[in-house]
Write a protein that binds this ligand. Structure first.
Ligand code: G3I
Length: 411
């Protein structure tokens, strides 16, 4: 098929009027016709019109994805990362159970690897995450003294953020702290410190890296509709905290969507983005990856001036935490799926009419400094870890419990 089109196209084009000829040539998918689906050349060609490049020409900072050492060492995956994405988020290597499994003994081996890979390859990094009720070691969840917990948060957040000062664009400082009713999730942090743990964590992060954009990140905030209690609750709290001087720069909406939920994203994201200096879609994946759902979701960010970027939560379906739902932009053969092409087409066509405004986010270049690969501590100890399951959300963690869970579909 591919070769027959190539053979007959010049003859067909020659019969048409000049204007129509150009139009017909433009309509041929040359990349597909000439390069096929899987060759390295195709990937290079795709990078010239990659979603990251399109995003940047629409005034955004990045179009990114997540990975860790294993996927960065996978040649096919790395090739796609280099060609198509401009930002990397550590999927797991920045979490508390990896970074500080035993009190005071830090292990940055895998996070160093990712930050070095990203800076070497010209990608910005979103740090994920310094404080989360899940993937939390039991030595933290068992703390029962307010002052101890305060100092533990300050040390953990300050050490992790400080290590990469100047090298990380954004940090998810606090992750998934709200329950489905828009209140504080019941966990060791809120139990001992009330909402003050938010101030403690953000101030520690700000002190450690004044230039990084500090985010509060959560799920089910764009999925369920603009009047969903978790969405409105998060907005009220964040506005109040920013007004009180807590250095929150951005709201992250994860966007782990079910089929059909994409229709809710635009209105919800607009409200969330109005509550903070900037915002981002931070962990997008969509059950069955319908092209229309992906376009609706990603375009919601494009249409909002202070939405600075979109992160897709993985490259290839089989490597997703929701592998059975085929939620990503690349299939098991590392080929693009229809949603990828639909995004390129829809967003690419917007670049022709895009006019930069002063309110558009500025692009941030990664600092190309190599992080020391010498581990601070190589012993990760034997501390037991709370909540190592990939089920989501984790309503049964010993560290935290969800007051009301209305979203159970992912489990
Ligand atoms: O690294 C261990 C390995 O040593 C062990 O042999 C293996 C056995 O199960 O587990 C490995 O750890 C797993 C880890 O992923 C790395 O693969 C954990 O069990 C598993 O729970 C963990 O799942 C991650 C999950 O967060 C929990 O941390 C997913 O990969 C990751 O995609 C997911 O990401 C979260 C975001 O951080 C926050 N928002 C929700 C999102 C999806 O759940």
């Amino acid at each position: 098929m591919r070769y027959s089109i190539l053979f007959f196209t010049p003859a067909l084009v020659a019969l048409a009027a000049p204007g129509a000829q150009i139009e017909q040539i433009r309509n041929i998918d040359w990349e597909y016709e000439l390069l096929g689906n899987k060759s390295p050349l195709e990937r290079r060609a795709r990078s010239e019109k990659s979603l990251d490049a399109i995003f940047k020409s629409l005034g955004k900072q990045y179009f990114g994805t997540c990975a860790d050492r294993n996927l960065l060492n996978n040649a096919q995956n790395a090739e796609i990362l280099k060609a198509d994405f401009g930002q990397l988020t550590p999927e797991n290597s920045g979490k508390w159970d990896t970074v500080e499994p035993t009190q005071g003994k830090f292990n940055f081996n895998d996070l160093d690897f990712l930050v070095n890979w990203a800076t070497t390859n010209g990608k910005v990094v979103r740090g994920h995450n310094t404080l989360w009720y899940s993937q939390l070691p039991s030595w933290v969840s068992n703390i029962n003294n307010k002052d101890t917990l305060t100092s533990v948060i300050q040390t953990h957040v300050g050490t992790e953020v400080g290590r990469y000062a100047g090298k990380i664009l954004q940090w998810d400082v606090v992750n998934e702290m709200f329950d489905e009713n828009g209140g504080l999730r019941d966990c060791v942090f809120s139990r001992l410190l009330g909402e003050d743990f938010v101030r403690i964590a953000f101030e520690a992060a700000k002190k450690a890296d004044p230039a990084a954009k500090l985010y509060i990140n959560d799920y089910n905030t764009v999925e369920k509709g603009a009047s969903y209690k978790k969405t409105t609750g998060m907005i009220s709290y964040v506005k109040k905290w920013i007004a009180a001087g807590i250095p929150i720069d951005g709201i992250g909406a994860q966007a782990h969507l079910m089929t059909g939920e994409a229709g809710n994203v635009a209105a919800s994201l607009k409200l969330l983005c109005a509550a903070a200096p900037e915002c981002a879609l931070t962990e997008v994946d969509i059950v069955q990856a319908s092209a229309a759902d992906y376009v609706n979701t990603v375009k919601a960010c494009v249409d909002i001036k202070n939405c600075v970027g979109v992160t897709i939560w993985g490259v290839r379906d089989p490597d997703s935490w929701r592998a059975a739902s085929n939620p990503l932009l690349f299939n098991s053969g590392y080929s693009t799926k229809p949603a990828y092409g639909a995004l390129v087409q829809t967003l690419g066509s917007m670049t022709a009419t895009y006019k930069p405004t002063s309110a558009a986010p500025t692009s941030v270049a990664p600092t190309r400094t190599t992080v020391s690969t010498t581990p601070v501590v190589t012993s990760v100890g034997t501390t037991s870890i709370v909540a190592t399951t990939s089920s989501y959300p984790d309503a049964t963690s010993a560290a935290c419990k969800v007051a009301t869970v209305t979203e159970t579909v992912y489990r």
